[in-house]
Design a protein around this ligand. Structure first.
Ligand code: MSP
Length: 511
C-alpha cells in the first residue's frame, strides 16, 4: 500500500426525518479531520456525506408534518448541507438518495444481485422497527421492544429476500483476512460473534408503503431502505460504471465512519451485498461511541438535541471541533457538558496553546523588529524542543490511521506543554537586555515549534491554525505536511501584528 494511494472516506448518510444535532456533527467532524489530514499528507481525497431520504420513517414524518415526502426531504436535506458549512466541513460531495445518479445505481445493483441468484421472493413474517428501519428476531426483543428500545410491529408481507445466510463463511473469511476492517477491536469481536451465531436471509423489499425506489420489474415493492442507503457509497463514485476512472480510483472505500448503532448494517449486510454483486468490500469501518448531554441521553421527550448552530454560536467552531475529538477516546461513549467544554477551551486552547503563541509573537514583535529572529548556535534544550516538535508527524500519523484522535491531540499538546516549560526555563524576556543573541535563538526555537504545531493542528482547528500560520507568515504552499521537514522559518521574514488565536470563554455574569 503506497502512502499516496487515494483516500475515500464517508459519513453515514443522515435520515431526513430529523434535524441535525450533536451526534451528526460528531461523525461529520471526525471524518473532516481524517479528510483534511490525508490531504495535508499529500493524498488525493474524496470525502462524501449526504442524506438518507427514503423509507417508512421518512414517509411517516412527512405524513405527520402534512407535507409530501419530497418536500420534507428537500427541506431537511438542506439542513444537513448547512451543517457541513457551519462546521467548516471539507466534503467533496453531498449525495441524496432521491437523486437520479443514486436511484439508477440502486436499480442496477438490484438487477445484478438478482442475475447472480442472490434474491428470491418469499413470505415474510417477523418484527420490524420503523425507528431503526430494522428487522428483529423474536429472540432479540427485550420486553417486547427492539434492543435499541424502539417500538416494533409485527409484519407479514410477501418480500424479496437476500441470501444472507449463504454469506456467513465468506464474511468470516473476510474479517479474518482483514484484521483492520472493523474497529475498534471490541466491535470487531462483537460482529464476528454475531455472524458465527448464524445468519438468516434478509428481507430487502417492502410493500406496505411506497416512499422508496421501486423494485425493478415489480413496482408493488420498494427496495429496503438500508440496501438503498448503503449503496450511496458506490453510486457516489460512479456505480454502475465500475470501469470508470472515478470508481476504480476510489472504490473500495478506505473508511466508513459510523456510530456504534449502525455497525451491523455496515459490517455484515454491506460487505455481503457488495461481495454478492462481485464488488470489493470496504477496507475499514470504524464505529464511534455515543454522546449524552449533561448526563442524559438525547431524546425527544427531553428535547436536548443540541443543534450544530447553537454549538458553534456558543463556543466558536474550532473549540467545538477540538472538544469533540479530544474529550473522548474515539470509540467510547461520553458526556457533553458545558463545564467540560469550557474547561478544554480555557485550558488546552486559550491557556496552553493560545498563551504560548501570544507570548512568543508579542516578544518577537517587540524585541526583534517584528521579524523572525536569526538563531545563533542552538543549545541542547533548543534542540530537544525542536526534535520533539519535528518528531510529531510520525506519531500523529499512526494515531490518525487508527482514528485515535484523542491520542493524536494528546501527543501534540504534550509538545505544547514542553514549549511552555521551555519558555519559563529560558525566560527570553529577561534575556532581551542581558543576552540578546541568546534571546534570538530562544525565540527562533519557539517560533519554529509554533510553526510545526500550527501545521499539525490544521485538520482539527483549521481556522485557528490558519490564523497562526498567517501570523508566522508561512506561505500557502508550505502549509502541507511536506513543509514540516522541508522548510523552516526564514530569519528576517517580517511578521504581522500579533493577535490572539483562542479567546477565553467568559461566563456571562447574570444580574
Ligand atoms: N440513515 C442512517 C445511516 C445510513 S448510512 C448508509 C442513520 N442515520 S442517522 O441520522 O440516524 O444517524 C447518523 C449517525 O449519527 C450515526 O452514525 C449515529 O451513530 C450518529 N448519532 C446519532 N446520535 C448520536 C449520539 N447521541 N452520539 C453520537 N453519535 C450519534 O443511521
Amino acid at each position: 500500500m503506497t502512502a499516496n494511494r487515494p483516500f475515500f472516506i464517508t459519513t453515514p448518510i443522515y435520515y431526513v426525518n430529523d434535524l441535525p444535532h450533536l451526534g451528526h456533527a460528531y461523525t461529520t467532524v471526525a471524518c473532516d479531520v481524517m479528510a483534511r489530514f490525508m490531504r495535508l499528507d499529500g493524498r488525493r481525497v474524496r470525502f462524501l456525506t449526504g442524506t438518507d431520504e427514503h423509507g417508512q420513517k421518512v414517509e411517516q414524518s412527512a405524513r405527520t408534518a402534512d407535507i409530501p415526502p419530497q418536500e420534507l426531504t428537500d427541506r431537511n436535506s438542506a439542513g444537513f448541507r448547512e451543517m457541513t458549512r457551519l462546521l467548516g466541513v471539507s466534503n467533496d460531495d453531498f449525495i441524496r438518495t432521491t437523486e437520479p445518479r443514486h436511484t439508477r445505481g440502486v436499480d442496477v445493483l438490484w438487477q445484478e444481485l438478482e442475475r447472480r441468484g442472490e434474491i428470491y421472493l418469499g413470505p415474510f413474517a417477523g418484527w420490524y422497527s420503523v425507528r431503526d428501519e430494522a428487522f428483529y428476531d423474536e429472540s432479540e426483543l427485550v420486553d417486547g421492544k427492539a434492543p435499541t428500545g424502539a417500538e416494533v410491529e409485527w409484519l407479514e408481507e410477501e418480500n424479496y429476500f437476500f441470501r444472507l445466510s449463504a454469506w456467513q463463511d465468506r464474511l468470516l473469511a473476510y474479517y479474518e483476512e482483514n484484521p483492520d476492517a472493523i474497529a475498534p477491536r471490541s466491535r470487531r469481536n462483537e460482529v464476528i460473534s454475531f455472524v458465527r451465531g448464524g445468519l438468516h436471509d434478509l428481507s430487502i423489499s417492502r410493500t406496505s408503503f411506497s416512499w422508496g425506489i421501486p423494485v425493478p420489474g415489480n413496482p408493488k415493492h420498494v427496495i429496503y431502505v438500508w440496501l438503498d442507503a448503503l449503496a450511496n457509497y458506490i453510486t457516489a463514485v460512479g456505480y454502475p460504471d465500475t470501469e470508470s476512472k472515478e470508481f476504480s480510483t476510489f472504490w473500495p472505500a478506505d473508511l466508513h465512519m459510523v456510530g456504534k448503532d449502525i455497525l451491523r448494517f455496515h459490517t455484515v449486510y454491506w460487505p455481503a451485498f457488495l461481495m454478492a454483486a462481485g464488488l470489493a468490500p470496504p477496507r475499514r469501518v470504524f464505529a464511534h461511541g455515543w454522546w449524552t448531554v449533561e448526563g442524559q441521553k438525547m431524546s425527544k421527550s427531553l428535547n436536548n438535541f443540541i443543534p450544530p448552530k447553537q454549538l458553534v454560536e456558543t463556543y466558536g467552531l474550532d473549540p467545538v471541533r477540538y472538544f469533540l475529538l479530544r474529550e473522548l477516546p474515539f470509540g467510547s461513549d461520553g458526556d457533553f457538558s458545558h463545564r467540560a467544554v469550557v474547561g478544554r477551551l480555557n485550558g488546552d486552547l486559550a491557556n496552553d496553546l493560545g498563551n504560548l503563541a501570544q507570548r512568543v509573537l508579542v516578544m518577537i514583535n517587540r524585541n526583534c523588529d517584528a521579524c523572525v529572529p536569526e538563531p545563533a548556535t542552538l543549545s541542547t534544550a533548543d534542540e530537544a524542543l525542536l526534535d520533539a516538535a519535528s518528531g510529531l508527524l510520525e506519531t500523529v500519523r499512526v494515531y490518525i490511521s487508527e482514528q485515535a484522535f484523542h491520542l493524536a491531540l494528546e501527543a501534540i499538546w504534550r509538545v505544547v506543554g514542553e514549549a511552555n516549560r521551555y519558555v519559563d526555563e529560558q525566560a527570553p524576556w529577561a534575556l532581551s537586555r542581558s543576552n540578546p543573541v541568546r534571546m534570538r535563538s530562544v525565540l527562533y526555537t519557539l517560533a519554529e515549534t509554533l510553526r510545526q504545531l500550527a501545521i499539525l493542528i490544521q485538520p482539527f482547528v483549521p481556522g485557528s491554525a490558519e490564523r497562526l500560520l498567517d501570523q508566522l507568515a508561512i506561505p500557502e504552499a508550505e502549509r502541507g505536511f511536506a513543509g514540516l521537514a522541508q522548510t523552516a522559518l526564514r530569519p528576517g521574514t517580517r511578521l504581522p501584528k500579533p493577535e490572539g488565536i483562542f479567546p477565553r470563554f467568559l461566563e456571562e455574569t447574570r444580574a
